[in-house]
Design a protein around this ligand. Structure first.
Ligand SMILES: O=C(O)[C@@H](CO)OP(=O)(O)O
Ligand SMILES: [Mn+2]
Ligand SMILES: [Mn+2]
Length: 559
């Protein structure tokens, strides 16, 4: 981690160290057009609105999407990984999506060590399995990357390909799985025309099959293992399209996110693509959190989170290495972004006692993503990481989620005097926003407002300071729109829900008794993004930020 003096930070000119500093990330909370579909605006969020109107010098927005957070283009919505990476690291880092694009464009993805490793199996007649999110959301994966990779792999010797798609409906509209499956079938037919035995083999909805995160529910991964690896699922079909149509008919309430697992079988009822010894397995998601668990199931011989029944000997690679601490997986196609010298490392090296907390769904966001995709603690003595277990139901059913429990834990941490820096994430705006259920979003946003107010009161009572911000938009727009930005409706006239993140900027609010009255936001950084947050909160902790970080949003004015 380098020598102590390499990490020494100078004291800030106007802000002293010593009082507790609270950093709140409101996940999925953008600053957007204030119309009837803006859940943040329509909910009871009076306290946060009062900070906006009451302290204009200490309220602003920053960019949270596109190139400002290291994504390939400004058409890309922000997401938790890139947002928390940027806020933790103080720099704009080219992220997984962009790195995979580059590796496909320059061909390195097919010449580097990861591909060489899977290629060994093609030469011995092994099948190439591709498991991942079928979508062009650009948050976890992108369809065009999958298509280019399949084509390139076939040109380099993969003669049997089995795809195990997980349907999305979260980063793209619900129901769009049908178009993605049709596109995939067309591209697989093209490969078949070239002599490649290429088919869809199994699948399911991303929230119910395979893509669990932070060990919230291993059963999700177990279902995926059974379908993709063992070729077993309660529902068997002859085509993926049939699976989507029939499963929806059988349960109209199911949706792209929550489809049960399914397996494609031939005329004799045999699964067409279980994973066998000697095969190659590629996870084609570039984002880490929701594929770490499946990677462990493939990679760890002594895995004990569920009974794998059969553990095939395969050549397994991730699109990226998903965990830099665990080196998981050991083999990967594209080298992950280098995220070093994060704020967390600087702060522990300067003796800052940190308390990081969220509920399971976002716990890794304020720890793993925050620390540059490293799963361990940076310093056992100085850091306390506290996880509140999340509920396991769809979050529209319990929109308050664990906000009050997180508030209680953070409040205790503030009042204890044992921590200098309390960092938390409220999941509600995002997780409930993804369900598309507007009334639930109103409850989700209101409880965040209530909890933020209580914590600001606690900070006031100990003479500390606070920053409240968000990682990207979501609850701030809950309707799909046409090009003129008008809401779209179904045939009954009901608004079509928007389940994805938005492109909106996010608010940043600062205050508290420890923030000197002559400190306010600069007015000369209109294009600032999430990476500018980092130097700002390091200042609020009493330090000048490292010189290679994006500039602080603060200025000290003469009164
Ligand atoms: O749930 C997730 O995996 C993503 C959306 O795909 O959301 P977030 O980036 O907020 O974690
Ligand atoms: Mn998020
Ligand atoms: Mn989200």
């Amino acid at each position: 981690m380098g020598s102590e003096c390499e990490f020494a930070l100078k004291p800030h000119s106007a802000i002293e160290r010593g009082k507790p500093f609270l950093l709140i990330i409101m996940d999925g909370w953008g600053e957007n057009l204030e119309d009837d579909y803006n859940g943040v605006h329509m909910a009871g969020t009076g306290f946060l609105k009062s900070l906006k109107t009451g302290y204009p010098d200490r309220w602003r927005t920053v960019k949270a999407h596109g190139t400002a957070v290291g994504l390939p283009s400004d058409a890309d919505m922000g997401n938790s990984e890139v947002g928390h990476n940027a806020m933790g690291a103080g720099k704009v880092i080219s992220q997984g999506a962009a790195l995979v694009d580059n590796a496909l464009a320059n061909g390195n993805i097919f010449t580097d060590a990861g591909f060489e490793y899977i290629k060994e199996t093609f030469d011995n007649g092994g099948t190439l399995h591709l498991i991942g999110l079928l979508s062009d959301g650009g948050v976890h994966s992108r369809y065009d990357q999958l298509e280019l990779f399949m084509r390139g792999a076939h040109e380099r010797g993969a003669n049997k390909i089995r795809v195990h798609p997980l349907t999305d409906g979260r980063d793209v509209p619900d129901g769009s799985s049908v178009q993605f499956v049709e596109q995939l079938e067309k591209d697989l037919a093209d490969l078949r025309a070239k002599g490649c035995d290429a088919r869809i083999a199994s699948g399911g909805g991303r929230m119910h099959v395979t893509m669990d995160r932070y060990e919230a529910d291993w059963k999700i991964v177990e279902r995926g293992w059974h379908a993709h690896v063992l070729g077993e699922a309660p529902h068997k079909f002859q085509s993926a399209l049939e699976a989507l149509v029939e499963l929806k008919k059988a349960d109209p309430k199911t949706n792209d996110q929550y489809y049960p697992p399914w397996v494609i079988v031939d005329k004799d009822g045999e699964a067409v693509g279980p994973v066998q010894d000697g095969d190659a397995v590629v996870i084609f998601n570039f984002r880490a959190d929701r594929v770490v668990e499946l990677s462990k199931a493939f990679e760890y011989p002594d895995f004990d989170k569920f009974d794998r029944v059969r553990y095939p000997k395969v050549h397994f690679v991730g699109m990226m290495q998903y965990d830099g601490d665990l080196k998981l997986p050991a083999r990967y196609l594209v080298t992950p972004p280098v995220i070093e010298k994060t704020s967390g490392i600087y702060l522990v090296k300067n003796g800052v006692r940190t308390f990081a907390c969220s509920e399971t769904q976002k716990f890794g966001h304020v720890t793993f993503f925050w620390n540059g995709n490293r799963s361990g603690k940076l310093d056992d003595k100085l850091e306390t990481y506290f996880e509140v277990p999340s509920d396991l139901c769809p979050f529209n059913e319990k929109p308050l989620m664990k906000a009050r429990e997180i508030r209680d834990a953070a409040k205790a941490a503030i009042l204890s005097g044992k921590h200098d820096y309390i960092r938390i994430n409220f999941a509600n705006g995002d997780m409930v926003g993804h369900t598309g259920v507007f009334d639930a979003v109103l409850d989700a946003c209101s409880v965040v407002d209530e909890c933020v107010k209580d914590l600001v009161d606690a900070i006031d009572s100990v003479g500390g300071s606070y920053m409240i911000t968000a990682d990207h938009g979501n609850a701030d727009d809950m309707v799909q729109r046409n090009k003129k930005n008008e809401p779209l409706r179904d045939e009954k006239g009901n608004p079509l829900p928007l389940t994805s993140h938005t492109l909106a900027p996010v608010p940043v609010m600062i205050g508290g008794p420890a923030l000197p009255s002559n400190v306010r936001f600069r007015r000369d950084l209109p294009k600032a993004g999430l990476a500018n947050i980092t130097a700002t909160f390091m200042n609020m902790l009493g330090f000048e930020a490292p010189s290679d970080y994006e500039p602080s949003l603060l200025e000290v004015v003469r009164l």
